[in-house]
Design a protein around this ligand. Structure first.
Ligand code: NA7
Length: 539
């Protein structure tokens, strides 16, 4: 146990988490002359890109959109090597940023926060760590990440299994050698797909346990040579402007061309053009109507199923790989590279858990309804308690000792603008529920927007001589109603996924992220600031 640091000079702001959001939050607050400390559970910076070091981990946003915009020097110095960088490169980038801006001196690593308590008398937060240290600060910023609390399936006998087991979100730093091993993987989301396509050719035998097949788009991932890098640098001002003004924070947007106005040939030509871009542009850009119009969604879904059929040779296997009971784009669409061809390999076996549910782990593998699958290692690519998980894991107590976890259990997830919670003054959240950043946004775009807004809000509150800021209950309820109204006008709530909280037992079923658009959301946030926070109460 470390000595208590409660004697440390009082801080203005405590930031929890040193990932992409926390690093930028530290930078911005420091620029404003505030005393800031970041607490981070990992031994290094980078958050998601620190923990998710599983084989094949790679960004599904293009490099030119997945970066910081605040420093011209940084934009000119850092050179991305390919369009969709792999985990080590993004981790290196975030370490480079931490060093360049001397951020580490205000980050305490290997520190797990267990509790945060708001004191109504002095309007300050006290944060307690798992090792018993305490810190106090006027403001608390939860930069704990939207996808940082791994979930493990509730399968009997896990402790009996004698082989190796890993969760992708807690991958060891040391390389894991799967050569000649019999490996099983549970989960075929964005993560599972990256792992499967990466290890299938190395392992002795791969058993893929699939509950829900996914639509996926082939990734086109060229290397960036010097010419391309120079072009991108030239275009950075334009890209920066674009990402901040689009629906999803990428450098493309919904098209203005309507599905209804096109002939079948024109529709198909448009889909092929977007498909061949090899990015998530097909999802958002081809026909925006897929999110609300079932007929358009059916059409596009069939196009994508046809692409899967073309690539898998075994008729029974391909049937299992085709998503049939939900529409394309209503859950996260992964990018892939040779994923479907993996199932043509003789050393790969697909287990459809709908036909053959898992009964339990045994000492030597996984027992399903049809028999035992002998395994040397199991990989859990089973996802995260998204949005809420990293916040409810901490005992956060606001006014009247109200526990955030209880508040969300009793009232459902509530969060004004996805930024603050009524009853929890001076606490801000990044990538939290009910904001676009929770799922429907290119993370760096929305994370930087929220950090900028939070930094300005904290500065304003202090400059005006206020001790605290808190949204009203009415404003919070209005935001929740607006959120639900937009969500229910889409097809997304019809599909089970982490977007809806259905991947975690007992989690309230509600669309996690705001679907009004990252651009619309930003304009709303800017208006609130320009009008001096009319929906908040200052003390
Ligand atoms: P996801 O997208 O939540 O995928 C988790 C996968 O694990 C998915 O295929 C699940 O099947 C499967 N899963 C979860 N629990 C079980 C059990 N109990 N039995 C069988 N299969 C199970 O997580 P990812 O890590 O892939 O991606 C999360 C985000 O990180 C991603 O969207 C990117 O934004 C980055 P299901 O579909 O629930 O039937």
């Amino acid at each position: 146990m470390r000595p208590s640091k409660s004697s440390v000079a009082p801080l203005d702001v405590l930031v929890i988490g040193a990932g992409l959001s926390g690093l930028y939050q530290l930078y911005q607050l420091r620029e404003r002359g505030l005393r800031v400390l970041v607490l981070e559970v990992g031994s290094g910076v980078a958050g998601t890109w620190y923990w998710n070091r599983y084989p094949g981990a790679r960004c599904d946003s293009t490099a030119e959109c997945y970066q910081y915009w605040f420093s011209e020097d940084l934009l000119n110095e850092w050179t991305w090597s390919e369009r969709f960088p792999a985990q080590p490169e993004t981790e290196r980038y975030l370490n480079y940023v931490a060093d360049k801006f001397d951020l580490r001196r205000d980050i305490q690593f290997n520190t797990r926060v267990s509790a945060a308590d708001f004191d109504e008398t002095d309007n300050r937060w006290t944060v307690t760590t798992a090792s018993g240290e305490t810190f106090t600060a006027q403001f608390l910023v939860m930069a704990t990440g939207g996808l940082s609390t791994p979930t493990l399936p509730d399968i009997a006998g896990h402790a009996d299994f004698q082989g190796l087991s890993f969760h992708t979100g807690r991958w060891p730093k040391e390389a894991v050698d799967f050569t000649h091993k019999r490996v099983g993987i549970i989960g075929t989301g964005a993560t599972g797909i990256q792992v499967i396509q990466s290890i299938a050719s190395q392992v002795g035998h791969l058993t893929v346990f699939q509950r829900t097949p996914n639509y996926a788009i082939p990734m086109r991932n060229p290397r960036y040579d010097a010419t391309r890098v120079a072009e991108l640098r030239r275009d950075y001002p334009e890209i920066k402007e674009l990402v901040h003004n689009t629906f999803t924070g990428h450098d493309y947007d919904f098209g203005t061309i309507k599905f209804e106005d096109l002939t079948t040939a024109e529709r198909d030509a448009r889909m092929w053009a977007y498909w061949n871009d090899g990015s998530l542009k097909f999802w958002v850009g081809a026909f925006g109507e897929i999110f609300a119009d079932q007929r358009v969604n059916d059409y596009v879904s069939e196009f994508v199923r046809a692409r899967i059929r073309e690539r898998v040779t075994d008729a029974d296997v391909v049937e299992k790989l085709l998503p049939k009971d939900y529409g394309f784009g209503t859950r996260r669409v992964p990018l892939e590279t040779g994923y479907f061809e993996v199932f043509n390999q003789p050393n790969v076996h697909l287990v459809d858990l709908n036909e053959e549910p898992i009964e339990r782990f045994t000492a030597s593998g996984v027992q399903t309804k049809k028999g035992e699958h002998a395994l040397d290692a199991v990989i859990f690519a089973t996802g995260f308690d998204a949005g809420t998980g990293s916040l409810t894991a901490i005992d956060i107590r606001g006014r009247k000792k109200l526990l955030l976890r209880d508040a969300w259990n009793e009232d459902g997830i509530r969060a004004w603008m996805g930024l603050q919670v009524h009853g929890f003054p001076n606490m801000f959240m990044i990538m939290a529920p009910l904001s676009p950043a929770a799922a429907f946004c290119n993370v760096p775009t929305c994370s930087q927007q929220q950090v900028d807004w939070i930094s300005n809000c904290i500065t304003y509150t202090r400059d005006q001589g206020h001790r605290s800021i808190e949204p009203t209950a009415e404003a919070e309820a209005r935001w929740g109603e607006h959120h639900d109204e937009l969500a229910n006008a889409t097809l997304v709530p019809k599909t089970k996924s982490w977007y809806m909280g259905t991947n975690v037992a007992g989690k309230p079923r509600r669309l996690l992220a705001y679907v009004g658009g990252a651009n619309t959301y930003r304009y709303a946030c800017d208006k609130i600031a320009a009008e001096a926070y009319p929906e908040s109460v200052f003390n």
